[in-house]
Design a protein around this ligand. Structure first.
Ligand code: HEM
Length: 185
């Protein structure tokens, strides 16, 4: 802990993430896992009665997540976190940062692509019971194009989340350092 604190003090930044960043991180972790789970589940029962409820839940929570992701991105752009410890090999620092920025990209694009696909589909978007106004002419082909990107990006996101979690576990179990504590652990 001391080394992290000393290096952060030298860089003139707090050693850990501020409360808003920590709350948004864990809230989004839970909501993203829920959206991935509900997304795959609803596709597996797509043509069964009751599937609509899951689709509408997925769309509504997805829109809330988009708002939270915008908040998180705005916060992050204004608050640079403290540097990772100097004893970490440069390639690990680069990989960690590249994974984090790729995750920001996915978190921004996923809800946007889902919203565009749903807007072009015949079902449209119902946000927690409130039908949102149609702003485009429905087109099956356009909707499918956006959904295909949405589906492929889900797998890329799962790969990035796995890498991110593997890195955190390495710090907790192998390095036994305080890097994960920076995110309020
Ligand atoms: C970060 C946010 C989101 C995540 C992680 C996510 C994840 C997923 C996943 C895993 C699937 C299943 C893909 C498949 O196997 O076909 C899916 C499907 C779908 N999502 Fe999302 N989603 C998000 C946001 C949204 C939003 C905001 C909307 C719309 C407002 C939306 C609408 C849909 C629809 C309609 C489908 C079914 C697509 C089809 O019929 O092929 N999603 N989503």
């Amino acid at each position: 802990m001391d080394q992290l604190k000393q290096e952060s003090a030298l860089a003139g930044r707090p050693w850990r993430y501020a409360a808003p960043a920590v709350v948004l991180h864990w809230l989004l972790a839970v909501l993203l896992a829920t959206l991935l789970g509900v997304g795959w589940y609803m596709m597996s029962i797509e043509h069964e009665p009751g599937a609509d409820w899951y689709f509408n839940l997925h769309k509504s929570v997805g829109i809330v997540v988009f708002g939270l992701v915008l908040l998180r991105l705005l916060w992050r752009l204004g608050h640079r976190p403290a540097p990772l410890p100097a004893y970490m090999p440069a390639w690990q620092v680069k990989l960690a940062l590249a994974t984090e920025w790729a995750l920001y990209g996915c978190m921004f694009l996923m809800p946007l692509l889902g919203f565009l696909g749903a807007s072009y589909s015949r079902d449209g978007v119902i946000f927690f019971g409130i039908p949102l106004p149609a702003w485009v002419t429905p087109s099956h082909d356009t909707a499918e194009t956006f959904f295909e990107l949405h589906e492929n990006l889900a797998w890329i996101m799962v790969g990035l989340i796995s890498l991110h979690v593997a890195g955190a576990l390495k710090h907790l179990v192998i390095d036994k350092d305080d890097v994960v504590k920076r995110m309020g652990w």
